[in-house]
Write a protein of this length. Structure first.
Length: 198
């Protein structure tokens, strides 16, 4: 058992090292942070979505922007598309592919940002949401685990964290990037939270 535990940790470390040395993806993280900062600074909001574990990540992003990350500060406008009654209503009436797009159509507006997560980059519901967001004049940040995915073609910025054969490594990197993005947003909008105590 110990050898499997160690092998998992080594594999996770290798995936993180790969991302650390991927200058193109680090630049995409920076570009994504700028889109979030610009939207929130302008009084707009962030809408996030994803399926399964990616929905959990979408919810995590929204709750730490609207709630608290590290230190107290004013709430930021962010919501994840995660209400089960809404999702099952739309899935029943319009098909599952429309569960996120319909929300964006009704709630998104120019200057808002859609944060769209799909480890494969091929989720139809997430791609449809990205298309709906652009139709509303929104910006789209995508997070995937595969370079050149279909989702990437429907985003303004796409952050790709390649983590190996399976989605779990990709998701581990996704949550790390999400935390970095939130920190960058806070550093821009609440710089006092990052001043060294005297």
């Amino acid at each position: 058992m110990i050898e499997h535990i160690r092998a998992n940790l080594v594999e996770a470390r290798e995936a993180l090292d790969y991302l650390i040395n991927d200058d193109a993806q680090l630049a995409n993280v920076e570009a994504g942070a700028i889109l979030l900062i610009d939207a929130l600074r302008s009084g707009r909001r962030v809408i996030s979505c994803g399926n399964g574990g990616s929905m959990c990540d979408a919810m995590h992003l929204a709750e730490e922007l609207s709630g608290r990350f590290r230190e107290n500060r004013p709430a930021m406008a962010a919501v994840a598309i995660s209400d089960p009654s809404y999702i099952t209503c739309v899935a029943n009436d319009y098909g599952y592919d429309q569960v996120f797009a319909r929300f964006v159509e009704g709630n998104g507006g120019p200057g808002d940002v859609l944060f769209a997560i799909s480890t494969s980059g091929s989720s139809r519901s997430v791609i449809a949401a990205s298309e709906a967001a652009h139709a509303k004049g929104m910006k789209v940040i995508g997070m995937t685990g595969r370079v050149g995915s279909e989702l990437e073609r429907h985003t303004d910025v796409c952050i790709c964290t390649q983590g190996g054969r399976y989605a779990d490594r990709v998701q581990e990197l996704h949550i790390k990037v999400i935390h970095i993005l939130i920190e960058l947003v806070e550093r821009a909008l609440q710089p006092a939270n990052y001043e060294q105590p005297r």
